[in-house]
Design a protein. Structure first.
Length: 147
């Protein structure tokens, strides 16, 4: 599985792009700062989110999961306990957009997000991480590693 970590073009966010499909998180992609917006972070109700994930991904995630609630709950616990991860503000089929704490290295936090996804859904494959945080458009990447 290949992942590419980039800086979001707008705002203080980073994006972890994946070459393989992800299960959807039930969070909304509206205005990040809206009080009504669903977010995912340490304070989220993981039981409720796991149930919603099992519902929205049933028949849609290419890896059919029999006990979706339990599998997704474990995944959410591992995501929510990543040191330095403030919140996931958007998630799609092939990317997760994250906000990291100011005192944490976004490369490390995003790498840990990629490792959690890999561990839970693609552990049989090799994890390749390409970090592209350089401001130079022609720069291919700051770091390239295999995990």
């Amino acid at each position: 599985m290949k992942t590419v970590i980039t800086k979001h073009p707008r705002g203080p966010f980073h994006v972890v792009h994946f070459s393989e499909e992800l299960p959807l998180l039930p969070i909304e992609s509206r205005d990040i700062w809206s009080r009504d917006r669903k977010r995912f972070g340490r304070a989220s109700d993981l039981d409720t989110i796991a149930i919603e994930m099992a519902t929205i991904n049933r028949g849609r995630f290419h890896q059919e999961i029999l006990d979706g609630k339990a599998i997704y709950h474990d995944y959410l616990i591992d995501l929510s306990t990543i040191r330095g991860l403030e919140l996931i503000y958007r998630s799609g089929r092939y990317q997760i957009d994250v906000l990291t704490g100011w005192c944490f290295d976004p490369k490390v936090v995003c790498r840990n997000v990629a490792c959690v996804v890999h561990q839970h859904f693609y552990s049989d494959s090799e994890l390749q991480i390409d970090i592209r945080l350089s401001k130079k458009a022609s720069h291919r990447g700051d770091t390239h590693e295999h995990v």
